[in-house]
Design a protein around this ligand. Structure first.
Ligand SMILES: *[C@@H]1O[C@H](CO)[C@@H](O)[C@H](O)[C@H]1NC(C)=O
Ligand SMILES: *[C@@H]1O[C@H](CO)[C@@H](O)[C@H](O)[C@H]1NC(C)=O
Ligand SMILES: *[C@@H]1O[C@H](CO)[C@@H](O)[C@H](O)[C@H]1NC(C)=O
Ligand SMILES: *[C@@H]1O[C@H](CO)[C@@H](O)[C@H](O)[C@H]1NC(C)=O
Ligand SMILES: *[C@@H]1O[C@H](CO)[C@@H](O)[C@H](O)[C@H]1NC(C)=O
Ligand SMILES: *[C@@H]1O[C@H](CO)[C@@H](O)[C@H](O)[C@H]1NC(C)=O
Length: 390
């Protein structure tokens, strides 16, 4: 039994003795060769339509798999396609990072949307525990449903959930540990971007911390971002140990010293740039390998990558105000007594910069670092100074 099913090549010696059988084999081999050749030629001529068919099949496949990932038990395919077009409110999923980044990097070839859509802004909170200044943000978002989406990345050890009815309820994405200065901070930022990209309506992406506050009301920030022709990723060249000093020659030949940039990690970018960031598998691995720890990847990866590849569309400034005037590795914190209408007014309009090629005094839309005990004053002044509608 075992011998009969053996590989014919291993028993080649015996087969040579049976002449008629080998002639039949030879003829059949020739037949298959000619048949194969003909088939190959036909296939070559039809290559164009063949590859097109393959593309169509692939697209069907990706829509099908993506919808099965987001729904657990409902397998009605009509329903699932709807959810692919307009993502459901539940943002939890069981994709790992590799699967998530791959799925989020897909770009529709047809530019027009097959459904009614208003561009949304994705507010992405990179935080440790709870959203500290949640009541202020609740006030900020109130009345603007449908024009924003919220994503929260917090420490995996934090297991409390925001209360039902809060805009932050159910907005946590699958998160991993983040350590200050480590390259895993960028991994978390890419995770936030990828989750937000799954919703096709999100056109602008803002990264915020737990100590960030908005300096303007929602409608002003929405117009500022949606009308902007540029991205807001701060980038500058800095000599000395905390600038070029953090560059490593091991990054050659991908990144040269004169391409090394520094800037704040708190960015605002459009959908095109967000896709480039999560799809980057050339520059980011260099940072993963050679910019971990005291290199502070969060202050260099985006400024360097964006300047090298997409500098022309970058404003090179940040929209998030912060006070470095006190010195040291961390910016100044603001407590209750610091928060006055004059102080907030100064942050809102006491600066000068360019917006869409014109001079303006609206340079910062957000500010940090505000502590929890400043919350009651912020809530009190927001409607007056920031024109939050009540
Ligand atoms: C699937 O969806 C349909 C329509 O929304 C609903 O009526 C049905 O109960 C769902 N089935 C399951 C198993 O959730
Ligand atoms: C959250 O974690 C703490 C310990 O860190 C534990 O005591 C508590 O039961 C957890 N709560 C929930 C809702 O899982
Ligand atoms: C800015 O965008 C808003 C809506 O996003 C629009 O109503 C407004 O006209 C725009 N302003 C300018 C100056 O383009
Ligand atoms: C980065 O450094 C930390 C410790 O400093 C280490 O735990 C981590 O594995 C390193 N990550 C990479 C990707 O090398
Ligand atoms: C920002 O820097 C890039 C080069 O990195 C440059 O091409 C671009 O013009 C700069 N943008 C502005 C607004 O100055
Ligand atoms: C938002 O603030 C601007 C001033 O920054 C004000 O003109 C506008 O009326 C406010 N919008 C709402 C809806 O309150």
């Amino acid at each position: 039994m075992k011998n009969q099913s053996q590989n014919p090549f291993s028993s080649g010696g015996k087969a040579m003795n049976v002449a008629p059988l080998s002639l039949v084999k030879l003829l059949s081999c020739l037949f298959f060769f000619v048949f194969g050749l003909t088939f190959g030629i036909i296939l070559c001529f039809n290559y164009k339509s063949f590859s097109f068919n393959l593309l169509v099949t692939n697209r069907h496949f990706s829509i099908f798999t993506s919808s099965t990932m987001t729904t657990t038990s409902n397998t009605s395919s009509n329903n699932n396609n709807r959810e692919f077009l307009e993502p459901p409110n539940v943002i939890m999923h069981d994709m790992n990072d590799q699967e998530l980044l791959w799925k989020a990097s897909m770009i529709p070839r047809i530019q027009e949307f097959p459904f009614k859509r208003r561009p949304k802004i994705a507010f992405m909170f990179l935080i440790r525990g709870p959203v500290l200044l949640a009541p202020l943000w609740e006030l900020f978002f109130k009345g603007h449903e449908g024009l924003y989406s919220i994503y929260v990345h917090s420490d995996p050890s934090f297991n409390e959930s925001e209360p039902q009815g809060s805009v932050f309820h159910g907005r946590r994405i699958p998160s991993k540990k983040v350590e200050w200065g480590q390259v895993n901070m960028i991994e978390a930022e890419r995770r936030l971007l990828a989750n937000a990209l799954l919703d096709f309506s999100n056109q602008h992406f803002v990264l915020l911390s737990e100590s960030c506050i908005p300096l303007y009301n929602f409608s002003t920030i929405y117009s500022y971002l949606t009308n902007s022709t540029q991205n807001f990723v701060e980038a500058y060249d800095l000599a000395g140990p905390v600038g070029r000093g953090r560059y490593s020659h091991l990054m050659l030949p991908v990144i040269k010293l004169d391409q090394w940039r520094k800037g704040s990690q708190w960015f605002e970018m459009d959908r095109d740039l967000a896709i480039e960031v999560i799809a980057d598998n050339i520059y980011f691995p260099v940072f993963q390998n050679y910019c971990n720890g005291s290199c502070y990847a969060d202050e260099h990866y985006l400024p360097t990558f964006v300047s090298m590849k997409f500098g022309g569309k970058n404003s090179n400034r940040s929209l998030t105000w912060v006070d470095w005037s006190k010195g040291g590795p961390h910016p100044a914190k603001f407590i209750r007594t610091d928060v006055t209408p004059e102080f907030l007014e100064k942050l809102r309009s006491g600066n000068s910069c360019e917006y869409n090629g014109k001079k303006t005094n609206v340079c910062f839309l957000f500010a940090r670092k505000f502590t929890l005990n400043a919350l009651d004053r912020l809530l009190r002044f927001a409607p007056i100074v920031m024109h939050f509608n009540m």
